[in-house]
Design a protein. Sequence first.
Length: 181
Amino acid sequence: SAVARELLRNFPKGNKKPIRVLSTEDLQAIFTTLDDMLGWRGSVARGMIALSFATGTRPKEFRLSHLEDLDLKKMTFFVRHPKGEGSWASATEIDIIREDMVPFLERYLRERTAYLKEHGISKAVPMFPNLYRGLDEFYSANAFYIIKHDVELASGVDLKLKDFRSTLTSITVNSDMSLLP
């Protein structure tokens, strides 16, 4: 039918590239580096990587998130801009899977509050506010990748932000097959 053809046309295609999974040693190097990074860029690096690894979200999904999307009490994250938005996907609330990332997220939120206060701002909508661009502005994808590159240089680990998604999935399923669904 025409509806089925339209749905299939808009559905994502499989990827021919191999899926990368970060090793335990690489994760250790990355999170040790994150713990030691200074300044606002270090804070953003901590927050974005911890959120990505805690939830398995894609870079765009956490880059364009709002502060209110993260609920550490309920251990949930609202994905307001999912892949396929407008064609086959809609915004949804997901669970924070890696509880060990919560201290990184809490630290990021404290640093975010201090950073805003230092700039005379009481609140901002974006989870990762880019004050260089203006109040309530989001980071561009390129700016996030520059911060990610800082982590690569400091940790010695070649990574892509989306590697945390596949790494989370692999670690979770390998530790408990009942979590596969």
